[in-house]
Design a protein around this ligand. Structure first.
Ligand code: C2E
Ligand code: MG
Ligand code: MG
Length: 616
């Protein structure tokens, strides 16, 4: 749009300039004077000099209305006439211009450029534009000159009309626009915090490097890095400290890579390094340099922080031929390194172990969340005292486009070792609360239990996120039950306690899942704000055929009841077990005997069907 406006502007000026070139084609009184046809209108009876004066006066009036400067020059660039009446517009005083050449008045460089322009005008017999910059006392100013041949002038007395416009403001606007565009381009491709390329640019670079590697028959390696326990820094020292660490890590990484390697920050605490023409051996050396560059503590807020990274490696052509796959495999290797408690993993070696499929799945999970491939099934919990269903447990499944329905056991254990558990839990909570809202709206409010992983429990953002989701979906707090495991609490009791306390204050209910399998400490049962205990199915399912298991179930029910907590038995597969649990005073039962986990619509149908039955 701007360019068009400028064009119109230019055309208008061109028209003015041409009118001028023709109007000024009137030669001196002694010459073969004539008035151009555009200057027509002079009465017949007037003499030529009178007509000339009138024409000149009109021209002068026209020129004084312009902001442009108008000069008449000869072929050498000598100023013959200054048509501009307003001296204030002249950059060089009138008497320093008249009779002087452009070169004499404005210097060698600008003089030469005008000479070239005049040369082109002579060559083409057409007006020519050019731009130049002049240093004036107030600073530099930009001008656009337009040189047009004056019609009728010939040979040695060839004359030119020079129209000059100050375009400093226009130039400044253009520069600002270019800078803004450059800034936007930079923002779109670079990470604002570290200045490193972002995921998009990195992806592009990998693609390009792969093309080169394929063409030249060369190797290429990608390292994927994720800082270990970075969340702890953010949570305990604040985000500013976290930012300092990320900047320092970026700087250290740039010191241990070669020219030609690319480092990127892909998001959060994830970095990636592209090593063109690097064999696995070269890459392993970079890995060891990366590890040692992180050995020295990073000083933040006067505290020496030890920052480790888990590093995954994938190499072209062995581990993948396109950028997508290679990055995904490097990601998978990184997750494997993380799951093995930090260190370094190579994608190919994972393929030798027994879990390549499972690892590959983790690499795909991020995209699966975006594509909403994860779905929730709901397993009802039967209240034994009333025979009614007033609570369900939300259990996630992955509807994989190629592999079909994948159960959580295949991906949750690995995911919960990585940062991916946060978006996954958010996703599950969001969907579960939406469903909870639907049940409220249909007049059948139902408590919904959602499973949390250990990493969720040390996430200081979790209570706030949950509060937002409850509000967003209009669900009251007491309808949400959060299932946590004993081992999650034990592994970091201080931080877990803080998060749980906040959740409990919000009115959300807390349940201890898989009770009996962890390293239980009875102190936690009394200290933590726990509302419910879920006895693990490994004790429940066979409790009628194993005296030991029955003892565990019975004691747990007693313990829970004595502490004033609700008790749930999961893994109830037979009527006999259900009956025994009822005798022992268990509050709720969950298991295949009642129902398998079902999609919400099927559960609704099942509930409607079983509504009339007193014994399920
Ligand atoms: P969990 O929380 O202990 O869930 C109960 C598991 O027992 C479910 O397996 C359920 O299908 C299964 N189950 C229910 N009744 C019976 C029964 O009568 N007999 C037997 N043998 N099994 C029964 P599922 O759905 O495969 O989930 C497995 C685990 O994955 C869950 O164990 C939970 O720890 C985890 N999980 C599932 N969804 C999520 C989630 O959204 N987030 C997190 N962090 N973990 C999840
Ligand atoms: Mg559970
Ligand atoms: Mg369980």
């Amino acid at each position: 749009m701007r360019a068009d406006t400028n064009n119109v502007d230019l055309q208008q000026r061109t028209a003015q300039g041409d009118a001028l070139a023709e109007a000024s084609s009137v030669e001196g009184p002694s010459g073969t004077a004539r008035v151009s046809s555009r200057g027509a209108g002079a009465p017949e009876h007037r003499g030529p000099s009178e007509a000339l004066r009138e024409s000149e006066a009109r021209l002068q009036a026209l020129l004084s209305s312009l902001d442009d400067l108008v000069f008449e020059l000869d072929e050498n660039g000598t100023y013959l006439k200054i048509w501009t009446a307003n001296d204030a517009l002249l950059v060089v005083p009138r008497d320093e211009l008249l009779g002087k050449t452009h070169r004499e008045a404005l210097g060698e460089e600008i003089g030469n450029s005008l000479a070239k322009v005049i040369g082109r005008v002579l060559e083409t017999d057409r007006p020519q534009l050019w731009q130049y910059c002049l240093d004036v006392p107030a600073g530099s100013r930009w001008f656009q000159g337009r040189v047009a041949p004056i019609a009728g002038s010939r040979g040695a007395s060839r004359r030119f009309c020079l129209l000059v416009r100050d375009i400093t403001e226009q130039k400044a606007a253009e520069k600002a626009r270019d800078q803004a565009e450059e800034q936007l381009r930079h923002q779109a491709l670079y990470d604002g915090l570290t200045g490193l390329p972002n995921r998009m640019l990195f992806h592009d670079r990998v693609k390009h490097a792969l093309n080169v590697a394929a063409r030249d028959n060369e190797e290429l390696t990608i390292l994927m890095l994720d800082l270990d326990r970075f969340k702890d820094i953010n949570d305990t020292l604040g985000h500013a400290a976290g930012d300092d660490v990320l900047r320092e890590v970026a700087w250290r990484l740039s010191k241990v890579t070669r020219k030609g390697d690319s480092i990127a920050r892909l998001g959060g605490d994830e970095f990636s390094i592209l090593l063109p023409r690097a064999s696995e051996k070269d890459a392993a050396m970079v890995v060891s340099r990366v590890s040692s560059c992180l050995e020295e503590p990073i000083i933040v807020q006067d505290l020496p922080l030890r920052v480790d990274a888990s590093i995954g490696l994938a190499a072209f052509p062995r581990d993948g031929a396109d950028a997508e796959l290679l990055l995904q495999h490097a990601d998978v290797a990184m997750y494997a390194a993380k799951a093995a408690n930090g260190g370094f993993a190579i994608y190919e070696r994972l393929a030798d172990s027994h879990t390549p499929d499972r690892l590959a799945l983790i690499g795909e999970l991020r995209g699966a969340l975006e594509r909403e491939e994860l779905v929730l099934y709901y397993q009802p919990q039967l209240t034994l005292s009333t025979g009614s269903i007033m609570a369900v447990e939300a259990l996630v499944r992955w509807r994989h486009p190629q592999r079909g329905l994948i159960t959580p056991d295949e991906f949750i254990p690995l995911v919960q070792e990585t940062g991916l558990i946060k978006p996954l839990t958010h996703y599950v909570l969001d969907r579960a609360l939406r469903q909870c809202r639907c049940w409220m709206d249909s007049g059948r409010p139902m408590k919904v239990a959602v499973n949390l992983a250990m990493r969720n429990l040390i996430d200081a953002d979790l209570p706030g996120d949950i509060a937002d989701l409850l509000k967003l979906n209009g669900v009251s707090e007491d309808l949400l039950v959060l299932e946590i495991t004993e081992s999650a609490v034990i592994s970091d009791p201080l931080r877990t306690e803080a998060v749980l306390a906040r959740l409990a204050r919000m009115g959300v209910r807390i349940s201890v899942d898989d009770f009996g399998t962890g390293y239980s400490s009875l102190t936690y049962l009394t200290r933590l704000p726990i509302d419910e205990i879920k006895i693990d199915r490994s004790f429940v399912t066979n409790m009628n055929t194993s005296a030991d298991k029955e003892v565990v179930v019975r004691s747990t029910i007693d313990l829970a009841r004595n502490l004033g907590k609700q008790v749930v038995a999961e893994g109830v597969e037979t009527a006999g077990v259900l009956q025994r649990l009822e005798e022992l005073g268990c509050h709720l039962v969950q298991g295949y005997f009642v129902s398998k986990p079902l999609p919400a619509a099927e559960l609704d149908a099942w509930l409607a069907e079983s509504a009339g039955l007193s014994t399920i």
